[in-house]
Structures are given as C-alpha cells and as structure tokens.
Design a protein around this ligand. Structure first.
Ligand SMILES: *Cc1c(COP(=O)(O)O)cnc(C)c1O
Length: 965
C-alpha cells in the first residue's frame, strides 16, 4: 500500500531553511539525545536551563521564510534605496571592486568564513594578505610600523589619541587638540572618547595646534574640505612641546602626495575603503594605522609579524600579542578584538592588482578630473574655498539649496553640511560625463565648458593644485608582490594560492568557544554585494536610504524581541565597541541622576579580556569578583565587593551563560545584588547563541548588552572581522544611546556623541542577520539554540571518560560550549594544550579556544550547524589524540620524538628524504582514515613565537634587499 500524500503545508515545511542551517537531522538528534540522557530537546532544556529564567512565551518573529522568499522580500526592501551618484566625500568614496577580488575574496567562503589567525600554521594565506596590507600602509604613510586594520577612520583617530596620552612626555597635559578641518564624524568620535577618559579637547585651526599645551594633536591631510596644507611646521611645533601628532589621511591621495610620515607625523591613520571596498552605507571598511617603531608597544590592534617555523622557513603570525586586551586586560592599549580583516585583505589585493603604476594612474586621473572641474567652475566665476586639492573642492555658492536641488534632479549628491558652500569630491568611478553633469548643476545647461579643452590647458600649463613641495617623489610598493600579479590569470592564482593555505569553515568545523563559528549561509551572504546596499554613502540624505531604514528598523524590532530589551543601537561595529557604547550609556545614565561619581565596575575573573579593557576606556575601576570551584560567580564575594563599592558601584559586566559554559542558577540574584546598590547590569551578549528563544538578557534582569552579530547572527568572521556589535538597552538607558554629528538619526539620543564613524555602523552586513532571522522564524531560532546545546552536550558526553570536562551545570549539563581540562594530562605526560591544538591541525581541524577562560584548557563550541557526522569526526580525532598522549605518558613514545610535539606536520616533513622519527609518516599525516580522504596540509611547521617578537618584522620580507638592488 502506498503512503498517503503529504499535505501542501507539509511539503512547504520540507523546503524550510531551518533544516539546512541545523546540522543534525531529526533522527540523528534522537540518537544524540539518548547519548546525553534526554528524551527530547524540551527535556534537555528542562535539565539544562534554570526554570526561573526560561521564557514562558515564544518569540514574535513569525514563520520562517524559504531562501527564495526571504531573498525576494529583501530585494524589494533594497529596491527602495535610491542610488544617487555620490560626490559627498568626507572619507567615503565610490570605488570599483575589481571583479576578480569581488568574486574570489568577498564572495568566497574560503576567505569570509575563516577565523582570526590565532592558529597561524593554518592561516598563512590571510596572514600574507594582511602583511601586504601593512606594507601598503607603510609605503603610503611613510612610517615604520603598521597594524593589520582597525575598525574605521574615526575610531582609529580615537586610538591615536590614547596612544598619544600613553607615550607623550608632556605628562602634565590633559588636553588634546583637533584641527577643525578633520572630518566632523571623526571629531565627534574622538571627542566622545576624550570625554569618557576625562581629556579636554580643543578644536581649532590647524595652525594654532601648538597654542594649547597639548599631549597630542590630530590633523587631517588633505583637510575635510579638500585643502592640502604643508603640515610639517605645525607638526614640529606640537612635537617641540612633547605632543604626539596623528594625521588622518586619504589613502588614495597619498599615492601622489608626500607621505605624512616624511612631514614628521608620529601616527598616520585613515580608511582603506576606497581601495576597492564598497561604501555600503558606512561599512565595513578597514582603517589603517601606522606609527614609529619606538611606539610599537603602544600600537592598538593586531600586528602581523614575520617569524620562522621549526624548519627555519619564514612564517607569519600575530606579533606582540602581550599588548592586547586578552592578555593585558584593563591595562591593554585598546579593547580591539574583532577588527576588519576581510576588508583589509580586499584593500591589499586592490593594491596588488593595480600595482604602483595602476594606482598612480587611478589617483592621477581622479586628480586631473578635479583640476578640470575646478578650472571650469572658476572660469564661470565660482569662488573656491582653497587653491589646493587632491580630489575634493569646496565651492562657495550664494544659494546652496538651489545647487543641492539641481544636483538631486540629476541624481547627484553633493556635500551639504558646509556654510555657504557645497563640497564636491571625485573618485575612480568619475567619468567625463559626470564632470559635465557637475558643470550643468553649477552653471546651467548652456555652460559652454569643454572637458577636453580644459584638460589640454592643464596639460599645457601644468597643475599647481598640489603644492610642489608636497608632491611625492619616492617610489611606492616596490616590493615584488605589488609588481607581479597584474594579469587577471596571475591575480586569480595568487588569491587562490593564499586561500589554499587557510583552513576555513568550508573545510571543517571550527569549534571556537565563545566565538560561535556557525553556518554563514550563502543566501544570507548574497544581498551583501547587491549594489542597492553597496553603493550608498553613509551621509546620503536619509530619504534616499528607505531600504536601509526598513531593513534596520525590522532587524531592531526582531533583536528587541529576542533580547527582551526596549531599544537597540546599531552603531557599534564590533562586540568590544558594543561594550564601550553600553558602558557609556550606563555612565551617562548615572550622570543624569547626579551620580557621576559611580566609577566601579565589577567583573568576574572568568570575563573576556575586552570587558576590563572597555571598562578602562570609560574610566571605570575594575574590581574582580571571584568564581567558585564550579566556575560560578562567588555570590558571597560579589555581595562583599558590591557592598564595598556601595554608592560608587557603576555596574557589573557579566557573560551569560558564563564563559565557563554554564547557566549559573544565581544569575537573577547577581542582577538583584548589583541593582540593590544602584548599579547597572551589563550582560556581555557573546553567548547569546545559548539564549535565543530560551531566555533573554532583558528577561533575566540585565540593563544592557551587546550582541555579536558575527557570532550568534551569522555574519561571517572574515578571518578576523568584520563584525557588528549592536547594543540593546532597557528604556531608562535609551536616551543615552549613541547619536551622530552628521546624520540626524532621530530619537532623543540624536545629539549624543558617536562611537563609530557611520551612524549605523557596518550597515551593509546587516542583511546577513536579517536574512538569517527571517529564514529561521521564531521556531527555527529557538530550535537553533536547543541544538547548539545538544551538540555541545553530545561532545561533552563523547569526550567524558577521555578528558575531564571542567565545568558542568545542573544535571551535569553544559550550555552551548564545554571546556576540557588538559592540565592533568600535561602534568602526567608533558604534552601541552598547544601540542593538542597543533596536532588537531594534522587531523584537519582548527583548534578550539585555547587557554581561555582557564589556562591549560580547550573550550569547544560546536554550534547547531555542525552535523552529527562532523561532531563524530571531531570526537574521533580528540580521542585518537588522547590515545597518542597515553603513549607519551606510558613512555612508549619519547617526550619530544612524538607526533604531538612535532605537530603540525607539513608536506615538507613527509617529502623530506630524511625521516628518522620514532613514528612513521603515515601516522604523522594521516592519523585516522577520514583524514586521508580530505587532507588539509598546514603550510608551515610550528612557528616560533618568541623569535618573532624578539626580531620584529612587520613588512613584506625582502623589501630591503629589493630596494638595495
Ligand atoms: C567575542 C567576544 C567579545 C568581543 O567581541 P568582538 O566583536 O571580538 O570585539 C566580548 N566578549 C566575549 C565573551 C566574546 O566572546
């Protein structure tokens, strides 16, 4: 007898995205549930999550949509964005993303699903691309040491201020100077940062920088309205008083202009956006940052350095990590964790693709068009604000509204925020037709100007718009890598050769505790490169960004529902930035009640390094709260420390479930104790993947959280960024959310200071989270959380008996991640957590989080997206490694002549004509059957960290020898 036909509703259900996002099938879940001792997902939740915090009602997101439906829905929303040609400038320029980079980097999971390169042996590809980024930065800025990207130009400027404060010998000064021709959004962000540190800011004419007794100054080159000043005397004057001078610079202009480092700048920073990264309504883009060698220990963000591996070959890694938040905590240079790796890589590939000659052609063409535009307008009697420029002119106009309107009639946006003038900025996409449009906008249809004739005159007479002494005379990008790959075939293969060195989610599971490396579905990624989202300038009139506001408003509504908060700000562009924005709302709230003396922040000892680093940024004193033997916050210690802080208690920063991977039963009490003393609760939302649909920070009793959209809500990690860290707040904190200087965001917070350069942060990756939530629906989101918990408990169950699982909660269950303790094994065998991590590479896996939150442990977070087969493969590897450790323990294998100590193994090892190890090549490279079928080869052997930090090289190798030739 044939089975009855399914109903239409059942058939539709079968097309659901939910079962694609969730790894295990229904029947696999059943067998996994019995393995962990639960009868159903509901039963597992009952056993795992404290009843007092479980939500009684479901989410209100609605039904899940299929991929096709969700894409069609978002396409309609996107269509309501109006794409005008942008001549706004202000740090954002249109650009051509070379298609070979668009498809093979930005749209390629081999690049976008990789993790931050903490395991350098399986990350040499992106490390090389980042080293190239640093080399581009060094060549263009004229400085000695560069970092591998910061979040945006404005926050990079704020980091330059704190570097100045740390390094300046003008110790008694508390004043920072900002030139008034710095981009307004940068001034806004830096002022806000200064405010929280308690620095005074003076904004004035650049020439007057040395009038105030400052510890540092920020200049812009060229200025926001286009002028190119010789800033060398200003720089020298500030330095004469021991001030440290930062220069925000336009990356394209630097191709033609003398490097700010050569003009004396101590720090040079800016946005690399116009090197091939779409404007995307504000981001994500990489900021570059360079300084002098003597300030290297004070540099914010990650630095890639050259070291060597055990075979003595050059190998790349993240250098000088001891400066960073995860080690130095509240003493760190900055709280930066996730940066902008994917976008830095795109910009560096742009430089590789065009090479020095190509870049010079692009920059010269932009400059020529600007000369032509200026000459034409001057010929028609317009007065320009300056007589120097690279790509931006400021045109004085009697009737600004009329000019802006005639621009709008031609679908053109001009810079509109200047008094009695409009700004016009050109870029590499500018054509002759656009210049003619601009002539019409300013001079009417019969202007009689001729682009070719104006050009001929400039060619004949020369151009004076770049002062002669500021014309760049030295070569840039002389390194081989920038001179080798200009044919597309060569470029394609270069990108592929780097991609092949990196292990990303398209190869195997990356079970990083707290980082939630889940599926980044292709359907979620597709809208990111739609021009409807990519081509909008962040300061375009808001009426033109209807699509963005619909998408953002809907996403905010969903996140409010998911978190149990009342309002959301999309401005912070990383989790750490979210923490910063959140603590500002807390401090401003206290101040509004006359309690600005509240300056103590309680932080459990298990907290992520960004927490104390961020507390320091808002001038809070960190008081560490102990954890008990089970990994829970010690309530007695909390009570004592809260009482001691008393009226000075500002807040607690607490992660939930804890970074130990347990749902603490006492979390509501934790909130109550802090509230009792007038403090606020900041719940770090990095572990929201264990909360969505099951519980919610707002429901538990927290006041504010950031969400890592690049963890819980499917934005890929990009090899170390981008991310988005929006914050949710209860209504009493809403008036203190970030505002923006240039764009009126609406609401009572509109006039508050900003935390990011763009009003809605990295807006162009929000479609990823929008798509995810829409395709999962209320039920799917809840189920994702349940399966994330199931998968973690399944791994814990499978590995128990082989390794101790460090912390468990009620009924011996873990939350969405588990920590396995390697310390007893290390004691017994000498095999370290590092050996296990590197040996996992031989098995084709990325190591879990190492030594956080507890030294000598691995924290494993499989996420809901991994199938049972992959979890089994991972457990097989871990168990096989355990058996290998046993051989060292028993003395069967020598303490150093064993595959753990020598891991990872490379092809160079296996192909070496000499092999005199006590184990064979097969065991080295193919330790289990499954590996042989799909081998991933680490491209270098274990890298020497100490050597790399002692002999710091952060530029492309061979530059010096190349130059000497
Ligand atoms: C990832 C993480 C952060 C920081 O987020 P970024 O986006 O990397 O700045 C903060 N806290 C915890 C617990 C995290 O896991």
């Amino acid at each position: 007898m044939s089975e009855p036909l399914h109903t239409l509703a059942q058939l539709e259900q079968k097309q659901d995205f939910v079962r694609r996002h969730i790894g295990p099938s229904e029947s696999e879940m059943q067998s996994m549930l019995s393995e962990v001792g639960a009868s159903s997902l509901d039963d597992l939740m009952e056993q795992t999550v404290p009843g007092s915090i479980r939500l009684k009602q479901g989410l209100a997101i609605g039904e899940s949509q299929t991929e096709a439906e969700a894409l069609a829905n978002l396409k309609n929303v996107a269509a309501t964005n109006k794409i005008n040609r942008s001549h706004i400038g202000m740090g954002y320029s249109d650009t051509f993303t070379p298609n070979v980079i668009l498809r093979n980097v930005l749209e390629n999971p081999g690049w976008y699903t990789a993790y931050t390169p903490y395991q350098p042996e399986i990350a040499q590809g992106r490390l090389e691309a980042l080293l190239n980024f640093q080399q581009v930065t060094l060549d263009l800025t004229g400085l000695e040491l560069a970092s591998a990207s910061l979040l945006d130009e404005a926050t990079a400027a704020a980091e330059a201020m704190t570097l100045a404060k740390r390094m300046s010998k003008n110790k008694h000064s508390n004043c920072y100077f900002i030139a008034d021709n710095v981009h307004p959004q940068t001034i806004d962000v830096v002022k806000n940062r200064a405010d929280m540190f308690g620095f005074e800011v003076t904004v004035g004419k650049a020439e007057n920088a040395s009038d105030c007794d400052c510890f540092g100054a920020l200049l812009q080159y060229p200025g926001t309205t286009g002028e190119i000043q010789n800033i060398s005397t200003i720089i020298a004057a500030v330095q004469a008083n021991n001030g440290i001078v930062a220069v925000a610079a336009d990356i394209m202009s630097l191709v033609l202009l003398k490097a700010p480092g050569d003009l004396g700048a101590d720090v040079v920073l800016g946005s690399a956006q116009r090197f091939g990264v779409p404007m995307g309504y504000g981001g994500p883009h990489a900021a570059f940052f360079a300084t002098r060698d003597k300030y290297k220990r004070s540099l914010p963000g990650r630095i890639i350095g050259v070291s060597k591996d055990t075979r003595g070959r050059p190998a790349l890694r993240m250098a000088l990590q001891t400066r960073e938040q995860h080690i130095r905590r509240e003493k760190a240079n900055s709280n930066i964790c996730t940066a902008q790796v994917l976008l830095a890589n795109m910009a560096s590939f742009y430089a590789v693709y065009h090479g020095p000659e190509g870049l010079k052609t692009i920059a010269s063409r932009i400059h020529r068009f600007t000369d032509i535009l200026a000459a034409g307008l001057q010929q028609k009697g317009f007065e320009l604000a300056h007589n120097t420029w690279f790509d931006t002119i400021t045109v004085k106009v009697a009737d600004k509204a009329a000019v802006l309107n005639s621009a709008l009639a031609k679908n053109v946006n001009l810079r509109a925020d200047l008094d009695g003038a409009v700004g016009v900025s050109l870029d590499e996409t500018t054509t002759r037709a656009h210049i003619e449009d601009l002539f019409e906008i300013f001079c009417g249809a019969d202007h009689g100007l001729d682009v070719a004739a104006l050009d001929s005159a400039i060619v004949a007479n020369g151009s004076q718009s770049i002062p002669a002494e500021l014309v760049r005379t030295n070569d840039i990008l002389t390194n081989e890598v920038f001179n080798k790959y200009q044919s597309e075939t060569e470029m394609l293969r270069y990108i592929k050769s780097l991609e092949d060195k990196d292990l990303a989610l398209n190869h195997s599971m990356i079970s990083l505790g707290s980082c939630t490396m889940k599926l980044n579905a292709t359907a979620e990624m597709i809208p990111v490169t739609w021009p409807e989202f990519g081509k909008l300038h962040p300061f375009a009139p808001v009426e033109q960004a209807q699509g963005y506001s619909t998408m953002i408003n809907t996403l905010e509504k969903w996140l409010i529902n998911i978190t149990g908060y009342d309002a959301v700000s999309m401005q912070p562009n990383s989790g750490a930035q979210g923490e910063y924005a959140g603590l500002i709302t807390i401090q401003k709230y206290h101040a509004s009640r006359g309690e600005s003396h509240r300056d103590i922040c309680l932080i459990p000892s298990s907290a992520h390094g960004t927490n104390p680093a961020t507390a320091n940024m808002v001038s809070l004193k960190v008081v560490v709260v102990d954890c008990d033997k089970r990994g829970n916050i010690d309530l007695n210690d909390l009570r004592a420390k809260a009482a001691e802080a008393g009226d000075n208690l500002s807040c607690i920063m607490v992660t939930y479930p804890s970074t130990h991977g347990v749902y603490e039963e006492t979390i509501k009490e934790v909130c109550d104790i802090v509230h009792q003393y007038g403090g606020q609760v900041y719940m770090d939302g990095a572990n929201m993947n264990a909360q969505v649909g099951i519980t919610a920070p707002g429901f538990i009793g927290s006041d504010v959280s950031h969400l890592n959209l690049h963890k819980t809500f499917c934005i890929p990690h990009g090899g170390g960024g981008p991310g988005m860290g929006p914050i949710g707040v209860k209504s009493h904190l809403a008036p203190f959310l970030p505002g923006h200087e240039v764009v009126n965001m609406g609401g009572e917070h509109a006039n508050n200071g900003a935390v990011s350069a763009a009003p809605w942060g990295s807006a162009s990756i929000l479609p990823i989270s929008y798509m995810y939530i829409n395709m999962m629906g209320s039920e799917g989101l809840k189920k994702a959380t349940e399966v994330a918990i199931l998968n973690a408990n399944y791994i814990a169950a499978k590995l128990t008996g082989h390794y101790p699982v460090l912390y468990k909660g009620r009924n011996d269950k873990v939350a969405h991640e588990c920590i396995i303790d390697l310390r007893p094994l290390k004691e017994a065998s000498g095999v370290t957590e590092l050996d296990v991590a590197k040996r996992l590479n031989d098995y084709g896996f990325h190591a879990p989080t190492m030594s956080f939150p507890v030294a000598g442990t691995l924290m494993i977070e499989p996420t809901e997206s991994e199938s049972k087969a992959e979890l089994d493969r991972f457990c097989e590897a871990m168990i096989s490694i355990r058996n290998e450790i046993a051989k060292v323990e028993s003395g069967e294998w020598d303490a150093t002549d064993n595959p753990l100590h020598n891991a990872p193994h490379t092809l160079a090892d296996i192909c070496d004509s000499e092999w005199n190890r006590s184990y064979d090549r097969q065991l080295a490279a193919y330790p289990v059957q499954a590996v042989a079928r799909n081998k991933f080869w680490p491209s270098v052997n274990r890298i020497d960290d100490v050597y790399g930090d002692r002999n710091l090289i952060c530029s492309c190798p061979g530059v010096e020898s190349y130059r000497e030739e």
